[in-house]
Design a protein around this ligand. Structure first.
Ligand code: AMP
Length: 375
């Protein structure tokens, strides 16, 4: 087991690295983060900041030599960097990496991801890889969503089409190639979206939260309601799907798995091989957060047998109307201690940028209605 004050490494230095850092520092660990950014949210929480490119392998090696184990806070890591880390990890303890590089490579490519889901028996929406642009999509159901296979997040790199002619036109001016392929997905008329936060230790011990219900605005997660008020069969299916994925990947670490649900049918959308925005309710609606789970796995600390949870609503605060949002958060907090503010200390508030979130530990019916207007 890695004991405090040993150093733990995180690739990336944004808000997820920050919230990990806060947990780790509380338990006496030192955190080192590596990214091209300076003055990052993680650094402001007390992490040692390494500013370097993901292709500067000599700098990366010095960073890796400094830490006792390594985790990640984002998945869009250049493949050459991942290969370097995988090779490097062979010279260290077998539990140096959590999760393994294989899992990250699957998660960072929407085609690999869907193929993998299907290969282990998880249902996905109907899809078609678009690699040459000569694929026949004349019979593909419409409406459909075309997505870049990599580097998409918060609805970026996605276009909805209502007919094949529009799609053809788009591909004429934005051609597909081996270097920049697309995936075409049938639009799935879901009733609602849920996600599961899943953790698994190197020894294979699992810790799985009940599903949470997610609401999106402009393709960005807006609010999460935990636990999701959903039928038991959907709840059980979501948990067993997450467990199947974790075991199949020989996963060590935390992931968030997203689903679309229509009636009694559940399809897997995607997974993020790290703590997930829809899991921020765990900071106040559970006695163990997704970041503490990540920390425990990274240090070899056992995962708990038991946990108590509270109902929790999580609302993202974006940079669009930041000053007003902050004022409202502070006003709500001055009236009721069940509101918990988490800000990321980002340098600049920009539209669409995630600046923080507000958790409310109570029932949806009890929350101040203005909470829903926070943007
Ligand atoms: P993604 O980046 O794949 O998570 O997509 C962002 C959001 O777009 C999802 O949370 C859904 O609300 C919506 N979306 C993505 N793919 C589909 C689909 N195939 N059918 C319906 N809605 C989708």
């Amino acid at each position: 087991m890695i004991l405090p004050p040993h150093s733990l490494g995180i690739l990336g230095s944004g808000q997820l690295g920050r919230m990990f850092t806060l947990e780790a520092i509380q338990m006496g660990y030192t955190v080192h983060v590596y990214s091209p950014d300076k003055n990052s949210p993680s650094c402001k929480a007390g992490a040692v900041e390494w500013t370097g490119s993901y292709s500067d392998f000599s700098s990366l090696k010095r960073f890796l030599d400094t830490v006792s184990s390594l985790s990640f806070e984002f998945e869009n890591i250049p493949p050459a960097c991942l290969d370097f880390i995988e090779e490097y990890a062979k010279s260290r303890d077998e539990k140096f990496l959590a999760p393994n590089v294989h899992s990250i490579k699957i998660a960072q490519d929407r085609i690999f991801e869907k193929e993998f889901f299907n290969s282990i028996g998880l249902n996905t929406v109907l899809y078609l890889p678009i690699i040459t642009g000569n694929e026949d999509f004349s019979k593909f159901p419409m409406p459909s969503i075309l997505k870049t296979t990599r580097f998409g997040y918060d609805g970026k790199g996605q276009w909805k089409f209502t007919n094949a002619i529009e799609l053809k036109e788009f591909l004429k001016s934005n051609p597909a190639s081996k270097e920049s392929p697309y995936i075409l997905e049938a639009f799935y008329p879901f009733d609602y979206e849920i996600s599961v936060i899943y953790a698994r230790s190197h020894e294979g011990k699992e810790f799985i939260f009940p599903p949470a219900l997610n609401y999106h605005r402009n393709s960005i997660l807006d609010m999460t309601e935990f636990p999701a008020p959903i039928p038991e069969n959907i709840h059980n299916l979501a948990i067993s799907s997450a467990s199947l994925l974790g075991k199949s990947l020989k996963y060590a670490g935390v992931f968030g798995l997203e689903f679309f649900v229509a009636g009694d049918e559940l399809v897997v959308n995607e997974f993020a091989p790290r703590p997930h925005n829809s899991g921020h309710y765990t900071q106040d609606g559970s006695d163990i957060s997704q970041f503490e789970l990540q920390l425990r796995i990274l240090t070899g600390m056992d995962l708990p047998e038991q946990n108590s949870i509270k109902p929790c609503l999580m609302k993202n605060i974006l940079g669009d109307d930041y000053a007003n949002s902050l004022n409202l958060c502070l006003e709500l907090m001055s009236k009721d201690s069940r509101y918990h503010l988490h800000l990321y200390q980002k340098d600049e508030a920009k539209p669409g940028r995630k600046m923080g979130h507000l958790n409310f530990t109570g029932q949806k019916s009890e929350v101040d209605k203005r909470f829903f207007n926070l943007t």
